[in-house]
Every structure is written in C-alpha cells, then in structure tokens.
Design a binder for this molecule. Structure first.
Ligand code: BGP
Length: 483
C-alpha cells in the first residue's frame, strides 16, 4: 500500500522569466545574454526569441487567476536579473523590483506559495561584456548585490528560494556545446566557470542565512540517473563514472563542499581542472542548502568507452550543436564525455522516447529521488518535470493532451512510491504552467497546462486555453494526489 502525500505537499507548476515574460526592454530592463544569443542566426529553431514570449509581464494577473482556479498550491518563477539591475550591478531599477513584488503579492492573495529562482540563465549582458560573465570572480560580487536587493525586498514574503537552475545544463550547453550563451566550446573555461558559480551559490546561501533566517534555499539540479548497459563490471564501472561526472560533480559541491575525487583527478590530468584558490573550499563547506531542487526529464544508459576520444575542436569543426542538455542521449558525437572518455552513452532498449527524442522513464524518476535523498540526506523539492509535445487545437477549440496526462500521472505514481520508500519531499512543480518558449525549440514544443495561442503572432490576442491536463491536474490537487 502506498503512503499518502503529506497534507501540506506543494502541488505546483514552474516557469522561467525569459521563457514567459516578453517585454524585453520595458520599464528600464537591461539586455541579458539571451536577448543577444537568440539573435545569432541559426542558434534557435526558426530564430525564435523571448522578445514577446507569452507576454506574461503584462498578463501575470490573468495567468495567476488561472492558477488559482486550478487550485495550484505553489508557483515557481524566476527573476530576470537585468530587470532589477539593468547593468548587472550598481543602479537598482525600481520598476523591475515593483513588478516582482506585485507578482508575489498577487500569488499570496490567492494563497499560492511563491517559489523564487534567482538565476534561470539570463545573465545581464553588461556582466558578460565587462567581466566575461561567470568566468570572472567580479560577477560573484554582482550576484551578491542582486541577491541582497531581492532578499531585502522579498525576504519576508517568499519562503522558498532557488539559487541556480540546472547549473550542469546551462554551463555544459554554454561552454562545451556552444548551444547556449556564451556560445563556447572550451572545457577549461567550462570548469572554471562552474567553480565560480559554485562560489556564487555559496555566497548567496551565506547571505541568505543573515537576511532571511526563516526562509529555505537550495539549488535546482537537472538530475539524470545512470544505468549500466549490461551487468559487465566494465559497464557498471562506466555508469559510476558517468554518475560522478554528470551528477556528483555538482551535488557533492553543493552538499559536502568538495569535488568528487575521481573526476577531479581526471580533469587534472587533462589540465582542465578548475583553479581553486585558498579559502574557496572553506566557503563551499559553509553553505549547505536547506533542500535540493530536482528537475527530472530523463537519465541515461552507458557502457565502457570503446570509441576513440574526440576533441571538442573536432566537434566544433562539424558545426555541432547539442539539443539535449543532459549529455547522455546517444547522438553520434554527443555520445561520450569528450574531455574525459570515462563512458560511452548507449540506447536503452526498454525505453520509448518523446517526439524530441527524450527517453520516457517514470521509474527513473523514483530512482533519481532515492539516489539523491540517500546520498545527500536533504529534503527534496521537484522543481521541474514534464512533457514537451506538439499540441493541437481541435475544431471544438479544446486541447486533448491525454499523452501529457499519461506522462505526468506515471511520474507522479513513481514519486508516490519514492515517498513510500521514505524520501522526504516538499512539493512537485510540473514544467510548465502555461506554454512558453523552449530555449532552442521555439514555441512548437509545448509543456503547459494552459495553451497559449500565438498562431497569428497577434501580440494583443495571445489567448490562454486550459488544456485537458489542466482539469486533470486540478482534480489531482484537490485529492492530494490520490487519484
Ligand atoms: C530545463 C529548463 C527549463 C525548460 C526545460 C525543458 O532544462 O530548466 O527552462 O526549458 O528544460 O527544456 P526544453 O525547452 O529544451 O524542452
């Protein structure tokens, strides 16, 4: 018999500023690295960008009303740093702060718990240009100022704070695959930037302890469990290496303040380990999170590496660009960790895939939750999970997304088993509440409970239509996940 979800379980849905807000230059907002990156020809599907997105900036009240009608208990959103500090540091933009305070007030008025993400990838462009972004320690100071402003203004209203969204994804895409800003393929820079972000994460948590003593803070990580392709000891060893390289490399730092030994040694041998200055490791150890946010889409299957190691430069020659951020889907060149060939990705014969080639693996969700909980012993908060699909509007004007209901239902069932196993879970935010911009796949890959009609590109219209899954999730929330 499965145990019930806790009474105060936070059933929610998620979004990110660049993917929904639009209003890219309104009310004093400065440009972000995504405003620039999406304008580079060929980087995003059909050149789509977030200039208008789904115009949430102007329609947040309508969107929150739909959340409340659904009975949503929590809403995860991110703050656009360059709305608050248009140059990334220095002068504060009052209008930007007002927008987020109004948003939070509106959520609270409807009894919806705000879950605020500080960094969901849209670094102020000024910081990229002035300091080379996350490659320089000056940005840590700027991030601290940004956090200080938000903690000061919203610390009494918002309990749950997320520091960085999927550090593993945005750094790998940005520095290894040139699929995100800063559009690089340089693993030395990849690991240096990651170390600096780790320090920024630690500083943000330390400051939080002082300024928001009653709040809860932690990073959101894109976790993928790793299966060995066979029971051969070599494949099992490869899967341990892949877990170390793809997961523990970040989670050990967040939770234990240290890098995993085996991967670190490998990187050292290659000359690409991060530069650790005196005091860094002490700082990392002082900043244990209150919870871990887990984003789950899929994991991966690996075998002992038998293919010749390819250099990042040779991938770059082919104009290679990754669309799967999790690095474990076997797609030609992407099928190994290029800088350190410790494993090779393989097809998993037991799993089906979505229209975008992402494995569908609900049991992997239970595996993920158990692994992370067992290893780090912190409460978990599922901050993303969902299905991207090409939804169609029927002649009756409805969206019959049974495939999404099926997907979410299976994942929630596995989550319930994880709770029964003993995993401590705060809540579950499906990705996403409304349809929104998929970073690289434009507006065709939809995730929302609420359809957004952008067909005529009519910025005035942008009609919101609740899908079948909206009504299904509403009932599920009302029954606290019992159906
Ligand atoms: C996660 C991101 C989200 C969202 C989601 C779906 O990695 O945190 O912002 O985009 O993936 O990804 P995609 O839009 O590429 O399908």
């Amino acid at each position: 018999k499965l145990e019930a979800f806790p009474e105060d379980f936070l059933w929610g849905a998620a979004s990110a500023a660049y993917q929904i807000e639009g209003a890219f230059d309104a009310d004093g907002k400065g440009p972000s690295i995504w405003d620039e990156f999406t304008k580079i020809p060929g980087k995003t599907f059909e050149g789509t960008n977030g200039d208008v997105a789904i115009d949430h900036y102007n329609r947040y009240k309508e969107d929150i009303r739909l959340m409340s009608e659904m009975g949503l208990k929590a809403y995860r959103f991110s703050v656009s740093w360059s709305r608050i500090l248009p140059d990334g540091e220095g002068k504060v933009n009052k209008e930007g702060l007002d927008f987020y305070e109004n948003l939070v007030d509106e959520l609270i008025a409807y009894n919806i718990e705000p879950v605020l993400t500080l960094y969901h990838w849209d670094l102020p462009l000024a910081l990229q240009e002035k300091y080379k972004g996350w490659e320089s320690r000056e940005v840590i100071q700027a991030f601290k100022q940004y956090c200080q402003v938000l903690y000061g203004r919203l610390g009494k209203k918002v309990t749950y704070w997320v520091t960085f969204n999927e550090q593993n994804v945005f750094t790998s895409m940005g520095y290894r695959w040139a699929s995100h800003p800063p559009n690089a393929t340089d693993t030395k820079r990849l690991f240096e930037a990651n170390h600096i972000i780790n320090l920024a994460n630690a500083e943000a948590i330390k400051l939080f302890r002082k300024m928001v003593p009653k709040g809860k803070i932690g990073p959101s990580f894109g976790y993928g469990p790793v299966y060995p392709l066979s029971a051969s000891p070599d494949d099992v060893l490869a899967s341990e290496n892949a877990t170390d390289f793809n997961n523990s490399w970040w989670l050990d730092v967040y939770c234990k303040g240290k890098y995993p030994t085996f991967t670190f040694k490998q990187l050292e041998r290659k000359g690409i380990a991060p530069t650790i200055e005196s005091g860094d490791l002490e700082l990392l150890k002082q900043a244990k999170p209150d919870f871990l946010g887990i984003n789950y889409y899929h994991g991966g299957t690996v075998a002992q590496n038998k293919i010749e190691s390819k250099s990042i430069e040779s991938l770059n020659d082919k104009n290679f660009s990754a669309t799967d951020p999790y690095l474990m889907q076997p797609k030609e060149e992407q099928s190994q960790s290029p800088e350190v060939p410790m494993f090779q990705s393989s097809e998993n014969p037991y799993l089906n895939k979505t229209e975008w080639g992402w494995e569908i693996d609900p049991v992997g969700f239970r595996v993920a939750l158990r692994e992370v909980y067992a290893r780090y012993d912190l409460p978990l908060f599922v901050t993303e999970n969902g299905l991207g699909a090409k939804d169609m509007v029927t002649d009756e004007g409805t969206i019959e997304d049974d495939y999404r209901i099926d997907y979410l239902n299976q994942h929630i069932m596995e989550m319930k088993k994880a709770v029964t196993d003993g995993v401590e879970l705060i809540g579950y935010c499906a990705w996403s509440f409304t349809d929104l911009l998929s970073w690289l796949n434009g507006y065709k890959k939809r995730y929302g409970f609420v359809y957004v009609d952008r067909t005529e590109q009519d910025e005035k219209e942008m009609r919101r239509i609740p899908k079948k899954s909206y009504h299904w999730y509403k009932e599920l929330i009302a029954d606290n996940g019992e159906n």
